[in-house]
Design a protein around this ligand. Structure first.
Ligand SMILES: [Zn+2]
Length: 699
């Protein structure tokens, strides 16, 4: 039964839907109606003057001439608060319509709902009464308003984009989700957003915002003089920006008054200062018009207040007059760089950049540098590679005279990397690496081809006496890894007679069922000997993976095998293979000994260097074999050794401040022993003391 009061209420609700939109700009509405949490913790009015560059993009969200708006910028600009929270506030109060906000994951959408949109609506006295009073109308992902319109807080999935028509769609952090490049085969997130808003014609609006996340596809690209605002060739939000009218943020020089782009390239600092903290404090901005190179951070706010968005094809005079011809397009697009970000100082920008460069020089890893260029500077990253290609001949020339299969001075722990080859030429390919904080040594490479299963008891020739190894067929064949790797010691190259045990085996878990089942079985066998911490099973992951090494515990116990309790008991390490390969590649490009250098022994043949160079990086930054038939084990196994560093935490400088006992100098190292002094290899030991298990635990 319908209550009369409800009917009245519904009539009033519908009446507000039929009312014409309140005529005010988005910025005015945001300042008037939306409340934001202030630094004091209280809720107060939104001060658009803290991020003056957001005023124009906000106001253009209601443009009837455009179907979409793209905003590229660094973090700490307030861009998503303005474009998302601000647009929601405007929509709810001034022009109610169905609105879809897409976050990168379902969890992010829930968090955004709980921490941002929910509290904003609840704490804004002009907005709160507009929410439906019926409790069940409002949950984490769906909000219904009195006017009858919906606000959905969702994530990139076909079902979300396919379901209904939305007048307004906003996609945030566009480059942080690879799904958005192609949502389940249906097209890019932005294309899908345009389809959903299409039926509203000029009243619809699709928005994408993000800091850049994809690499520059052509590292040799240079901006053209005809298209100075063009974004370098890349995927994601940068490519969308290029479809629009390409507005860049310009600000006026305090000395001459002429406008120039607020870009990273105009920052200067004392490059001869080696202390990066001190160097970053010398930062100033340079004016390309009058050459004033002493513009200080203190002038930034004033420059920001006078800043203007200038579209491609236009010029701005010192009086602030913009003239020229805009690109004819349905999309507005904005790109601002780090120096203009309200909540990030120039000093911090330079400091983060110099730390990234320092990290790259020390470790060969470009991760940190890429992160600061993308999220602090708001620019796309161009993968650094040396001009000279890694040719196998050049690597072979670096081979050093060494004592074969000995641990060279400087190497503190050994990692044996194993590639499992099933099929006809079945074998384990083993490559053993010595490691210190910064250097790597290839010290051994061989195949395990024979099992311990007797074929002919009378034969003396091993190939006659034993069966060929079969990693997919025989679980016990994996025990050869214990016998030939873990129980073995490598002599130290100091004539002391001492030897060193391998600290960790990194082994490919295989693709096929038989191989991976047996790999898991081998791990369980090692656990009964309490040396499962010596085995790291690995598998290549997707390029979207954020961690270098991610630990999963797949349910790999067969139902029949009644050990249901053991379900998920074996850790499987998923590798960000492509990024690990980037790291190793940078290391291989170092030509002189020192930090990051990889040493090769002189006894490995040309085939080894051919394997090392079998893969190259394509334009999209993916490592692949040009020739599918070419062997690449040396390269893959060197990359496994790199994954081991992440597992063991030895990639962190902090680890080396007080290294674990297995990474200490030979005299203190627990993996070093003297074979004549009754040393028993760990294989023969009973369970080690409990404490030790804690130390080696991998999770
Ligand atoms: Zn100037």
């Amino acid at each position: 039964m319908i209550n009369y009061g409800d009917v009245c209420q519904i009539k009033r609700d519908i009446a507000s839907l039929l009312k014409p939109p309140v005529r005010m700009s988005v910025t005015e509405a945001v300042q008037e109606y939306a409340r934001v949490k202030l630094a004091s913790g209280n809720w107060g009015k939104w001060d658009i003057e803290t991020t003056p560059y957001m005023r124009e993009p906000l106001d253009m969200l209601t443009s009837r001439r455009h179907r979409g708006l793209i905003f590229v910028g660094p973090a700490r600009t307030g861009k998503s608060q303005a474009l998302v929270d601000g647009f929601v506030a405007y929509d709810v109060k001034c022009d109610p319509s169905d609105m879809l906000v897409v976050q990168i994951t379902k969890e992010k959408a829930a968090e955004f709902s709980k921490k941002r949109i929910g509290p904003m609506l609840d704490n804004s006295p002009d907005l709160q009464p507009l929410l439906s009073p019926r409790g069940h109308d409002n949950n984490l992902h769906d909000k219904v308003l009195r006017a009858g319109n919906y606000l959905k807080l969702a994530w990139p999935a076909k079902s979300i984009f396919a379901s209904s028509e939305w007048r307004r769609v906003i996609i945030t952090d566009y480059d942080r989700s690879q799904t958005l490049l192609d949502v389940e085969g249906e097209g890019s997130g932005f294309d899908l957003a345009l389809k959903r808003t299409q039926s509203f014609r000029s009243r619809g609006m699709a928005v994408a915002e993000s800091s850049p996340g994809y690499e520059v596809l052509d590292p040799d690209w240079v901006p053209s003089t005809e298209k100075p605002h063009e974004f370098p060739p890349t995927l994601g939000v940068g490519a969308l920006y290029n479809l629009g009218d390409r507005r860049l943020l310009y600000w006026p020089c305090p000395s001459c008054g002429e406008f120039f782009p607020a870009q990273w390239k105009y920052l200067r600092w004392n490059e001869s200062e080696t202390d990066i903290r001190k160097a970053s404090r010398t930062v100033t901005c340079f004016c390309p018009h009058c050459g004033d190179a002493e513009i200080k951070q203190t002038a930034k706010q004033q420059m920001l207040m006078a800043s203007r968005w200038v579209p491609e094809g236009c010029n701005i005079s010192a009086a602030g007059e913009i003239t020229g011809t805009l690109i004819d397009t349905d999309f507005l697009s904005y790109w601002m760089e780090g120096p203009a970000a309200s909540f990030q100082s120039w000093e911090q920008l330079v400091y983060n950049y110099l730390s990234g460069v320092k990290d790259f020089e020390a470790t060969g890893s470009q991760e940190k540098l890429k992160a600061t260029i993308n999220t602090d500077q708001g620019r796309p990253y161009s993968y650094q590679k040396s001009d000279r290609k890694r040719s196998s001949d050049r690597l072979a020339e670096r081979a050093e005279v060494t004592t074969k299969r000995h641990v060279p001075e400087g190497a503190l722990f050994l990692v044996a990397c194993v590639d499992v080859q099933a099929g006809k030429d079945r074998r384990f390919v083993v490559q053993v690496h010595g490691n210190s904080e910064h250097e790597r040594w290839v010290i051994d490479r061989y195949n395990i081809k024979l099992s311990a299963r007797i074929k002919d008891d009378n034969a003396t020739e091993p190939t006659e006496r034993y069966h060929q190894i079969d990693p997919a067929g025989y679980p016990e064949d994996w025990h050869q890894l214990s016998k030939l790797i873990l129980d073995r010691g490598y002599p130290l190259d100091d004539e002391s007679g001492r030897e060193m045990h391998v600290h960790l085996i990194v082994c490919d878990h295989g693709g096929e069922d038989g191989v991976s089942d047996n790999a898991y079985g081998y791990y369980r066998k090692l656990r009964t000997e309490n040396r499962h911490h010596k085995l790291m099973l690995v598998k290549g992951g997707s390029s979207a993976q954020t961690e270098m090494v991610k630990i999963t515990r797949p349910d790999n116990t067969k139902r029949a095998d009644r050990k249901a309790a053991a379900k998920g008991d074996v850790p499987l390490h998923i590798l960000a293979t492509n990024r690990l390969k980037d790291n190793v590649s940078s290391k291989l490009e170092r030509e002189t000994e020192g930090s990051g250098y990889v040493h090769f022994p002189d006894w490995l043949g040309a085939w080894f260097y051919e394997e090392l160079t079998a893969e190259s990086r394509d334009e999209q930054g993916r490592w692949d074999k040009a020739n599918k038939k070419r062997a690449n084990e040396a390269w893959d196994l060197l990359c496994y050794n790199e994954a081991a560093q992440y597992q063991l935490q030895t990639h962190k400088p902090k680890f080396w401040l007080s290294p674990a006992r297995w990474a200490q100098p030979w005299n203190e190292n627990i993996n070093v022993y003297h074979p004549d002094k009754q040393h028993q290899a760990p294989a023969a030991k009973q369970a080690a003391p409990r404490q030790r298990r804690v130390r080696y635990r991998t999770t």
